[in-house]
Write a protein that binds this ligand. Structure first.
Ligand SMILES: [Fe+2]
Length: 177
């Protein structure tokens, strides 16, 4: 549960040093890199959701997972449409790579869990993941986005993802009973 939260927290607060001795932080990403991180983060949550549909037997988990697939797919489609309109391509970057790497580790770990152990891990991670990504979007990305249309899209997305965070918190409570 802590892995992704940590990765995002580290990426936002600690300066990353690449081979070229180039410092990078989330606050330095340009709009196209930010778009890439968001697209990646959306797809990661969609992957977790498909895993939940495949493993969990809990109807609440299934409903939540279907909502994640629906909403994150919709946001990604809007993002791609906007980038197409702007004739721009999202740019891969250190943060997208870190998120993907961490999610692969977590998918691997969660794939081995069954029953309540899986449900708890999935719900707990959804809460931690949405918290971490929402914090990044609200406090680092939105204040740094230059393009007005991109900013509007992120503000709309954040509203939806805060609702997800609330649902995840309720799910965690319900499962731990
Ligand atoms: Fe979500």
């Amino acid at each position: 549960m802590k892995t992704l939260t940590l990765a995002v927290a580290m990426a936002t607060t600690i300066l990353f040093t690449s081979g070229a001795a180039q410092a990078e932080s989330a606050a330095d990403l340009n709009d196209l890199q930010i778009a890439h991180v968001a697209y990646t983060a959306d797809n990661i949550d969609i992957r977790y959701a498909y895993l939940a549909l495949a493993i969990s037997q809990n109807p609440d988990i299934h409903q939540f997972a279907r909502t994640m697939i629906r909403d994150h797919t919709a946001v990604n489609e809007q993002a791609l449409a906007l980038l197409q309109k702007l004739k721009a391509d999202p740019q891969d970057n250190f943060l997208s790579k870190a998120l993907t790497k961490d999610s692969n580790v977590l998918i691997d770990e969660m794939s081995k869990l069954r029953g309540n152990a899986f449900d708890r891990r999935y719900a707990g991670n959804e809460l931690a993941y949405h918290k971490a990504v929402n914090n990044l979007v609200e406090n680092t990305f939105i204040p740094n986005i230059d393009n007005v249309e991109v900013k509007v899209l992120f503000e709309a997305g954040l509203k939806i993802f805060k609702i997800h965070e609330g649902h995840a918190a309720m799910m965690v409570k319900k499962i731990s009973k």
